[in-house]
Design a protein around this ligand. Structure first.
Ligand SMILES: Nc1ncnc2c1ncn2[C@@H]1O[C@H](COP(=O)(O)OP(=O)(O)OP(=O)(O)O)[C@@H](O)[C@H]1O
Length: 235
């Protein structure tokens, strides 16, 4: 059986159009596999390409070469070559992403931002809000904030809204970009528990975690991105 996420032979060079087309190679021959029920962490020093790999896997950055294979609707699909409509469908059904920062939507309450991935998949607004409320309560977001748009929330409050939104669905693959960076120790532990629960349900997780304690509590494997780094290869 194929793993839920398989990256093979991926290469990426940024072209700086405002700098006379300067080429900035980042990674080459990047390859990794994430199995169901496993949490793989991207490791390596700052600037080596960890976030770029995560953004390529989510489809935010284009890929120059290689394959990013998901099992989507029971079939392997190469997101690196998928058209935008298919990318959106994969994100709706197969691939979740908790980014480092919440993208707030003006005038939309925190509760509805969290509930939205469920209503987008056809769940009723009442049911979705009830599940969203339970997630926000678990993440200790004060109830007084639930009906407010999160634009004015603190960094840690916004991050918890983002985590609740990312964890609310049952996507079989979940990408995590430093989801615990702005959290206190107690809420960090809640997120560690939530990650371990996803693993127990068979979700394939791939993330970046600079916090060593969190990494030790969740990682099954660490993939050293410097082995794919073009900078290292060129040195
Ligand atoms: N959109 C972009 N345009 C141009 N260069 C970029 C872009 N995104 C990333 N880079 C460059 O690619 C390299 C890798 O960046 P990336 O953010 O992937 O590293 P990282 O390993 O995640 O670093 P950190 O641990 O510091 O977050 C850096 O030199 C960065 O400047």
């Amino acid at each position: 059986m194929l793993p839920p996420l398989m990256v093979t032979n991926v290469a990426k060079t940024f072209t700086m159009h405002l700098r006379g087309g300067l080429k900035l190679p980042v990674v080459e021959n990047a390859a990794l596999t994430v199995n169901a029920g496993e949490c793989v962490v991207l490791g390596g020093p700052s600037g080596v390409g960890k976030s770029s790999i995560l953004k390529m896997i989510y489809g935010n950055y284009g890929v120059d070469q290689g394959e990013i294979l998901f099992i989507h609707r029971g079939e392997p699909v190469n997101l690196a070559k998928a058209d935008p409509r298919l990318v959106l469908e994969i994100r709706r059904e197969t691939l979740g992403y908790v980014s480092q920062f919440l993208r707030t939507v003006p005038r939309v309450a925190a509760l509805d931002i969290v509930a939205e991935p469920l209503t987008a998949r056809g769940q009723s607004i009442e049911e979705a809000r009830a599940i969203a409320a339970a997630m926000l309560a678990r993440l200790n977001l004060p109830e007084a904030l639930w009906q407010l748009p999160p634009a004015t929330f603190s960094g840690g409050e916004q991050q918890r809204v983002n985590i609740a939104r990312g964890f609310i669905t049952d996507h079989p693959v979940l990408l995590l970009d430093e989801p615990t960076a702005s959290l206190d120790a107690h809420n960090r532990s809640v997120v560690v528990d939530m990650i371990n629960e996803k693993k127990a349900k068979g979700v394939a997780l791939l993330g970046i975690f600079h916090d060593e304690d969190v990494r030790n509590r969740i990682a099954d494997r660490i993939v050293d991105v410097s082995t794919f780094s073009s900078r290292k290869a060129a040195a």
